[in-house]
Design a protein. Structure first.
Length: 368
């Protein structure tokens, strides 16, 4: 066995291969390995449930994480509670590992902004929807933490598509110059909606872009939860020393981009078949089985626990009071501006008129 930090196969950092064979010492306890498997099971089941809820009209939109569990779980587990994460819309797995209640996430996807209220003492930003905008924010936050001499780092999530945005280049350039304690964690999942990775950039890899900004670049097998964990731990240490890292996690989006798209229109099924063999959960199961940590019964217990937590979250969501149209004015400024007050009055008046109109229509419609 080789020392894990130096084990790189064809330029890609990997510990566990697709057959569940371990190629390097990792020094992780059995409990840590169990925990990793648990979070991946929970994340996938939560993602599957959210997709069904969208199809049933219970939430408005959703972006499945299926296939990216190892990247999200491994990275989120590798940092400290005091560190901050800047997630994109697909990072449900990272959010739940970092203690954001699932009910919040479901509420958010149902269009209820209260879902974005992150609990106190949880250092997570809400989901970023505009692609790439989190990157300069993450750099700035990390820089501020450095000035304040805080012993924490920022983990900034992004996709391969985000690397084409100006924000990416500005954010990374500034991080390199200011030596901000930040880790840029790019999940290269092959697609930016229907744009394949090879049309996104002519660079041979995404990680190599790091060198132009004076930081470290690292490619990790994003479907190997142990490798991701160790890579992010390493990058965290470097960030504390003033060296940011751009990690490219090679993974695959196994479902649609979002509930609004149909990948069959642009994606060759052959790719999916290849990546199904690399499924992060399957791989970890094979490894844990070899290590005599996994049994079918144990996995069933985890599935049941996950389903119970998911059902609880769905029930809690049902108990949350409905938002009214007027509520949209409550979350903009702490004190309403004169213009907003005027608009609120206008809205109220229109809503009242609409009620009268609806009642009149009903009466005109006659009696059954
Ligand atoms: C500024 C901006 N432009 C366009 C969009 C529409 N959009 C949503 S997701 C997406 C693709 C992003 O791909 P990638 O960064 O690879 O992340 P992934 O969705 O694969 O996780 C685009 C173009 C957006 N949300 N924000």
């Amino acid at each position: 066995m080789k020392d894990s930090v130096n084990f790189v196969k064809e330029g890609i950092f990997q510990i566990i291969d697709e057959r569940g064979e371990c190629h390097a010492d990792h020094n992780l306890s059995k409990n840590k390995l169990r925990e990793m498997f648990w979070w991946m099971i929970y994340s996938r089941r939560a993602s599957e449930k959210a997709l069904k809820m969208q199809r049933q009209g219970k939430i408005g939109t959703f972006l499945p994480l299926d296939g990216q569990e190892a990247s999200q779980v491994g990275s989120a587990m590798a940092i400290n509670k005091e560190d901050w994460i800047f997630p994109t819309y697909r990072e449900m797995g990272a959010q739940i590992v970092r203690s954001v209640p699932l009910v919040n996430i479901l509420l958010y996807y149902a269009g209820d902004i209260r879902g974005n209220l992150i609990p106190k003492n949880v250092n997570n930003l809400p989901f970023y929807i505009p692609v790439g905008t989190q990157i300069p924010h993450a750099t700035g936050t990390a820089w501020a933490m450095k000035i304040q001499k805080k012993r924490s780092v920022v983990l900034c999530y992004l996709g391969d598509g985000a690397t084409s945005k100006g924000d990416f280049h500005e954010g990374l350039n500034f991080a390199g110059v200011m030596k901000s304690p930040v880790i840029f964690f790019c999940q290269n999942n092959g697609w930016a909606i229907s744009v394949p990775r090879e049309k996104q950039t002519a660079s041979r890899t995404i990680a190599q872009k790091a060198f132009a900004y004076g930081m470290e670049g690292l490619i990790v097998d994003g479907n190997d939860v142990i490798a991701v964990y160790l890579a992010v731990q390493h990058a965290r240490k470097r960030a504390m020393e003033g060296v940011p890292t751009l990690i490219e996690a090679l993974t695959y989006r196994m479902k649609m981009h979002s509930t609004a798209d149909d990948p069959k229109r642009y994606e060759d099924n052959k790719n999916l078949k290849i990546w199904e063999k690399k499924d992060p959960i399957k791989r970890m199961r094979l490894y844990l089985k070899k290590e005599k940590i996994w049994t079918r019964g144990w996995e069933k217990t985890l599935e049941k626990k996950a389903d119970r937590l998911i059902e609880d979250a769905v029930k809690k969501m049902g108990k949350v009071s409905q938002l009214t149209p007027e509520d949209m004015f409550n979350s903009i400024y702490s004190k309403m501006t004169p213009k907003l007050t005027e608009e609120l009055e206008y809205l109220k008046e229109n809503l009242a008129n609409r009620e009268v109109e609806e009642e009149t229509q009903e009466i005109k419609g006659g009696f059954p």
